[in-house]
Ligand binder design. Structure first.
Ligand code: ZN
Length: 407
């Protein structure tokens, strides 16, 4: 046996051993190519990999990125990856962008959309999938760890009513992927320590909190993350403008403004930005108006009626009522008089399937499949509290937990 044969045999043994001992599954990637794929030019070079968070649930986000050809890969909460644009072609994911003086980063970068939110952790299945996907792509294109960066690092904004100069801070997309602990779990061991374009005077800092999350020391980073998690992070105040909250989505029809008097307007319906009263809450695209897990929308019966859920959907089977005494009723189980006298504190969820209870023989996966760890899948725990699929510890779901998933 010659040396080369020996080497091959050794590799083969190692491969078999790894497969027998490693519990992790190989990354599954399937094709969901965008109708735009074929028309996209080939990319001249690949210097960066940009990480995005969808800021919305799986289905709507997947439909959107496919329609517009907005990324190369899309990773679901269940850890499945889809190809959207061929990796050799240009995808439009970074928008107005600059890094190391280069603009239009789409020409130099691969883009991965990960279903999740900029200020929340991703699922353990996503960690596994993204780590493997990155390892493959970094090998192919020779991209070092410090050039695998969040979208918020490269996005910049043109001067607007709040900032007179071109500025960093247009987006918070993918912000969580600047956390060293998160990066370590993805196998990334180095990252940019400063903003090259701010340092060179090409851009100014428009969002000091974001800048601290991206480049701060441990303490600055922790404090800045708290700022993004605070309950009034989405409320307009003297120190928090519509732009601070919604960024480049402030004028979007998808962004809704809930005024203190209860009226709701969309971003594209607002003309006088100075007239928005403090206390106005900003709901971004993808956020549920009525979600029992969100403290910002208590979704009591009274609220639901003012939101007009009662008008046409009150008796739908997809409208779920959580009564204060822990009973759960579907709209089609309630009479008109019961609906008219819902106790105060009833929480209401619309557009959901009542999946039933988790038991020893019936797992969350049995009930709703891949959706089990989506952030819009809702779990009502036996103690009456709520949690969402992405925050659930898969190994400690108590029996008698009820599952509700999107229609
Ligand atoms: Zn993005």
């Amino acid at each position: 046996m010659n040396a080369r044969h020996k080497q091959l045999k050794k590799l083969l043994c190692l491969f078999i051993a790894l497969n027998m001992t490693a519990p992790c599954r190989a990354l599954q990637i399937s094709n969901r190519y965008s109708p735009r794929n074929a028309e996209r030019p080939r990319r001249k070079s690949t210097r960066y990999i940009i990480l995005h968070t969808t800021e919305g649930p799986t289905k709507g986000s997947l439909d959107k990125v496919r329609k517009n050809g907005e990324c190369h890969y899309f990773v679901t909460p269940g850890g499945h990856a889809y190809r959207i644009i061929e990796r050799s072609r240009v995808a439009y994911h970074a928008g107005r962008s600059m890094w190391e003086g280069k603009t239009n980063i789409d020409q130099y970068a691969l883009g991965i959309e990960i279903v999740g939110f900029h200020n929340r952790d991703i699922t353990s299945s996503q960690y596994r999938a993204v780590q493997e996907l990155l390892a493959q792509l970094q090998r192919i294109y020779r991209v070092p760890d410090e050039r695998v960066i969040p979208h918020s690092m490269v996005a910049y904004g043109a001067p607007n009513r709040w900032h007179r100069h071109s500025h960093r801070g247009r987006k918070r997309c993918g912000m969580c992927f600047a956390k060293p602990a998160t990066r370590a779990k993805l196998g990334l061991t180095s990252q940019p320590m400063f903003d090259p374009d701010v340092n060179a005077g090409r851009l100014v800092v428009a969002d000091p909190f974001l800048q601290n999350v991206l480049f701060g020391n441990i303490r600055e980073r922790e404090n800045a993350l708290k700022h993004f998690d605070s309950p009034d992070a989405t409320v307009i105040s003297a120190s928090r403008s519509a732009w601070d909250i919604a960024r480049d989505q402030y004028r979007s029809a998808e962004t809704r403004y809930v005024f203190p008097n209860g009226t709701i307007k969309r971003g594209n319906q607002i003309t006088d930005w100075k007239a928005i009263p403090p206390g106005t809450r900003v709901l971004l695209h993808g956020e549920e108006k009525i979600a029992p897990h969100a403290e910002e929308s208590p979704a009591t019966a009274g609220d639901a009626f003012t939101l007009k859920v009662s008008d046409n959907k009150a008796q739908w089977s997809s409208t779920i009522y959580f009564l204060p005494d822990k009973r759960i009723r579907r709209g089609d189980e309630l009479s008109e008089s019961e609906l008219a006298h819902l106790p105060k504190g009833t929480r209401i969820l619309t557009g959901y399937i009542q999946g039933g209870r988790i038991t020893q023989n019936r797992s969350a996966f049995d009930i709703c499949g891949e959706q089990w760890n989506d952030h819009d899948t809702i779990y009502r725990l036996p103690d009456g509290t709520f949690t969402t699929g992405n925050q659930l510890n898969e190994n400690s779901i108590p029996g008698n937990t009820h599952v509700f998933f999107k229609d």
